[in-house]
Design a protein around this ligand. Structure first.
Ligand SMILES: NC(=O)c1ccc[n+]([C@@H]2O[C@H](COP(=O)([O-])OP(=O)(O)OC[C@H]3O[C@@H](n4cnc5c(N)ncnc54)[C@H](O)[C@@H]3O)[C@@H](O)[C@H]2O)c1
Length: 341
């Protein structure tokens, strides 16, 4: 069987995870790496034996002979690349968020439809095991009708101050809010009708990163469900886990509560500090990459091979981005806003 030929645009932190999966997958290979920073592209290519290296994604899409492109550039730099690759008849796996403006969201959908290519956005919390157990309990009626929900997804300051050089050009709503909002849409089985959000800023600005610290958002869904969503990136660097993730979903007959960041499954303590190591997102078993962050990428390859639908549709990703745009507007105006689809 022919392998799916992948190309990766963006050889940063997450581009490495894409390369690991295409390397591990028996029916995929990375044929090209592209990064505007040549040294990063060369380093990733050398690590996985990739022969083609580019600095221009248009040239890469036209010349590399790839079947599909993984777009792993900063949050606000997905749209032009996705559209250019679709226009070259390449399937696309776009890192979350799909796009950060209303026009970009719709232009990507138009390009994908016009060129008859396949597109998936890596909203990978849909592969997170406890959330799948929750979804299955909802679908088989254990909880009754979804009634209300709470989702808190925060990062420690280090993510904005040290990990992401482009944090001030993005937002915690794009970086983490896209996961929590997509998960809430998925669990409640509905799209967001309207939002009311308040925000605070100052902590990260005082540390030299010009971005909002935190959003507290009330969501009203089209099916009547209501939810509270908290997204910030100013939790203390001393937290035992980079993430602070808590979710509870209440139905008319039951409730599920999830805490993936301060669980007691494993604790690691050294003379310097205590940590709660990740057991769900990405780790290695017998030398192979495992965890839900890898499963979503593997899913993209598997569905290209068997032709079945992606578990997260382009419409899911589009409606998530459009609801987030309403949250920005609400936080700015300090009043409820209807989502414009
Ligand atoms: N699925 C997830 O949960 C998850 C986790 C982490 C990051 N991400 C997403 O992955 C994306 C990348 O994040 P990251 O942490 O790897 O960032 P990063 O800064 O480590 O890497 C981004 C890379 O893109 C390159 N780049 C920028 N513009 C480019 C262009 N026009 N052409 C080619 N290369 C270009 C940069 O030089 C950089 O090497 C973001 O959208 C982020 O939200 C997703």
């Amino acid at each position: 069987m022919e392998k799916i030929k992948m190309a990766i645009v963006g050889a940063g932190t997450w581009g490495l995870n894409h390369a690991r999966i295409y390397h591990d997958h028996p029916f995929a290979e990375t044929v090209a790496v592209c990064d505007t920073d040549t040294s990063k592209a060369n380093k990733l290519a050398a690590q996985f034996g990739v022969k083609q290296v580019y600095t221009d994604y248009r040239e890469m899409a036209a010349k590399s002979g790839c079947d599909a492109v993984a777009i792993v550039t900063p949050d606000y730099l997905h749209a032009d690349i996705a559209i250019a690759c679709a226009n070259e008849k390449k399937h696309v796996l776009i890192e979350k968020p799909l796009a950060t403006t209303y026009d970009d969201v719709h232009n990507i959908i138009d390009a994908v439809e016009k060129n008859n290519v396949r597109a998936m956005v890596d909203l990978h919390n849909r592969w997170n095991p406890p959330f799948n157990v929750a979804k299955q309990a909802i679908d088989n009626g254990d909880l009754g009708e979804p009634y209300s929900a709470y989702f808190r997804l925060n990062d420690i300051k280090w993510v904005a101050t040290d990990l992401l050089p482009w944090a001030s050009k993005s937002s915690i709503l794009w970086f983490l809010g896209s996961h929590s909002l997509d998960t809430l849409r998925w669990l409640t089985g509905s799209d967001v009708e309207s939002v009311y959000s308040v925000s605070r800023e100052g902590v990260l600005k005082s540390l030299g990163v010009d971005t909002v610290d935190m959003y507290l958002t009330t969501l009203e869904f089209k099916n009547g469900c209501i939810a509270q969503m908290e997204n910030g990136w100013i939790t203390p660097n001393g937290n035992t886990n980079v993430n602070d993730m808590k979710c509870s979903i209440l139905g008319t007959k039951g409730q599920i509560s999830i805490d993936t960041s301060s669980h007691n499954v494993i604790q690691k303590v050294t003379d310097e500090r205590a940590t709660t190591p990740d057991i769900l997102v990405n780790h290695y078993v017998d030398g192979a990459p495992k965890g839900f962050a890898y499963e979503s990428i593997r899913h993209f390859v598997d569905r290209l091979i068997d032709g079945r639908k992606f578990s997260v549709s382009l419409e899911d990703a589009a409606n998530t981005s459009l609801a987030i745009l309403a949250i920005f507007e609400s936080a700015k105006q300090r009043k409820p806003i209807e989502v414009k689809y």
